[in-house]
Design a protein. Structure first.
Length: 261
């Protein structure tokens, strides 16, 4: 299988701003020399403790945050060298699902407007209604839901709407940043199964970010484990469960609650 995404020796350094209490600038190496590939059609897991750099890496993959050093290739092309038109196409092809379905949807917008907004931004005029209905049905919601506002939905349904918004441009690659962490365990399984169905239906590739190795084990064959900005270990998830190389990985394995799927 070919690589859709290649991450080569990527770094992200944040610098604190001097303030009244300290003139010293503090450097945070949020992502520190990370390299791995994501194959086309794969669901790659990215796991690690809070603050280890998962979201920062996901944001860099989608060109939402600049890379300090290193290279990210999408279909063999360096994303930092894209021109305006290539960037536009990339933004259509590579989308994000955010962790919190309560804060990621504009409460003042009806679901229809939330979903057509990306179509407006990318000036997609053809077959808009077909795209809209197909998308809303494919995430398990219906036509009437388009007239409602986000607060009228449960957490799981809101995450379905967030998924629909990511899906409406028919992307190839989705970074799902802790998409089920804010949901009840019973609802988590439904959303995970939906993500699997959609991957098959739309030939998607995912980077699935989570702090929960148990969820990742259900979804992913291969996982990357991060610790303080660096890769701790990576490889086949079964192998890592059977033979964790470090104490950090062992702690992640032992700290997971069981998910009934
Ligand atoms: N915009 C920013 N400015 C400065 N530091 C930042 C910024 N964003 C993240 N950081 C720092 O970079 C490090 C990695 O943060 P990041 O949000 O990527 O971690 P994470 O693994 O996604 O954590 P969580 O599991 O809590 O979501 C943390 O030390 C964080 O404080
Ligand atoms: Mg995060």
């Amino acid at each position: 299988m070919e690589n859709l995404v290649e991450i080569k020796n990527v770094y992200k350094t944040y610098f604190s701003k001097p303030n009244a209490f300290s003139k010293k600038i503090i450097e945070t190496n949020a992502v520190n020399n990370v390299s791995f590939n994501i194959k086309k059609g794969e669901i790659k897991g990215l796991v690690g403790e809070s603050g280890c750099g998962k979201t920062t890496l996901g944001n860099m993959l989608l060109k939402l945050t600049e890379i300090t050093k290193g290279e990210i290739l999408f279909k063999g092309q360096d994303i930092s060298k894209f021109n305006k038109n290539e960037t536009k196409n990339f933004r259509k092809s590579a989308r994000m699902i955010f962790q919190n379905p309560y804060s990621s949807l504009n409460p003042k917008m009806k679901i229809k407007d939330i979903l057509v907004e990306p179509l407006d931004i990318f000036k997609i005029k053809k077959n808009r209604d077909d795209i809209l209905y197909e998308t809303i049905f494919s995430v398990g919601l219906n036509e009437d839901d388009l007239k409602r506002f986000p607060h009228e939905f449960s957490g799981g349904q809101r995450q379905r709407i967030a998924i629909a918004r990511a899906l409406i441009l028919r992307p190839e690659f989705i970074v799902a940043d802790e998409p089920v962490s804010a949901l009840d365990v019973s609802i988590q399984a439904q959303i995970i199964n939906l993500l699997i169905d959609l991957k098959e239906k739309y030939n998607l590739t995912y980077l699935f970010i989570s702090h929960d190795l148990n969820v990742v084990k259900y979804l992913c064959e291969n996982v990357v484990i991060m610790n303080k900005g660096r890769i701790e270990e990576m490889g086949n998830i079964e192998d890592i469960f059977n033979n964790p190389k470090t104490d950090y990985t062992k702690t992640l394995i032992n700290s997971i609650p069981r998910l009934e799927i």
